[in-house]
Write a protein that binds this ligand. Sequence first.
Ligand SMILES: Nc1ncnc2c1ncn2[C@@H]1O[C@H](COP(=O)(O)OP(=O)(O)OP(=O)(O)O)[C@@H](O)[C@H]1O
Ligand SMILES: [Mg+2]
Length: 245
Amino acid sequence: MKDIIVIASGKGGTGKSTAAVGLGTSLTQFGNRVLLIDCDSGMRGLDIMLGVTQNLVFDIADAVSGSCTVENTVYPCPDKKGLFLMPAPLNAYDEVAPQILGQLVGGVSDIFDYVIIDSPAGVGSGFEAAAFPAKRALVVVNTEPTSIRGGQNVASKLRNCGIGDIRLIINRFNKNTFHKMALYQDLDEIIDITALQLIGIVPEDYSLAAALQAGKNSESRSPAMRAFLNIAKRIEGTLVPLMIH
Ligand SMILES: Nc1ncnc2c1ncn2[C@@H]1O[C@H](COP(=O)(O)OP(=O)(O)OP(=O)(O)O)[C@@H](O)[C@H]1O
Ligand SMILES: [Mg+2]
């Protein structure tokens, strides 16, 4: 196992699940076996984005209750060699406790290179479970003050959970909107406010959004997928220059 990564944000809808799929898919391109764990109990969505909904029989809650083995909850993603999904419980009241998720991740650590845990929004019990097994965190923000405050809050909670390696993804970056809104002078200002090390800027890209909502593969050369590939390279330890627009 190379790494266990939680993707968090504080504020909802910043692009955590999109980042989980984009990054997971990109990491497989270097020969990695990647498990995506959907931790958004009652609001799961990665199965739709990965096009595996029709195949789902068991989810994390079934493994916890003993209705199936942990392996039974791991689904290969069609057309995405090396990418696997462990779906979140369908019902919110089946939310998994932090230690239990830690045990589940421990149980599959031999067979995957990366585990990426998609956290629900906020800093509640679902977030705490998602963060518990993680060694590293990616905080996803958009270029808006409410989202950035959420990023600051979640980063502070991640530190309290003992995660020291926390990187920032600025998602849905649109140069024109950014300058028109004039909320910040430049992206450096956002990076300074969060006090997090930037790992990538992902452009607004409706081709990726549309592909994922349809459960299809995105064009690997789409702007957002190129950004996720660069983030994957940085996670793999390759030096790729950051481009701050
Ligand atoms: N780079 C992007 N360009 C365009 N649309 C995007 C981008 N990233 C995410 N989106 C869109 O933003 C919406 C929210 O994305 P997503 O579901 O990944 O966020 P989330 O943080 O996981 O949300 P939640 O907090 O509800 O779990 C979706 O409609 C998605 O398609
Ligand atoms: Mg999500």
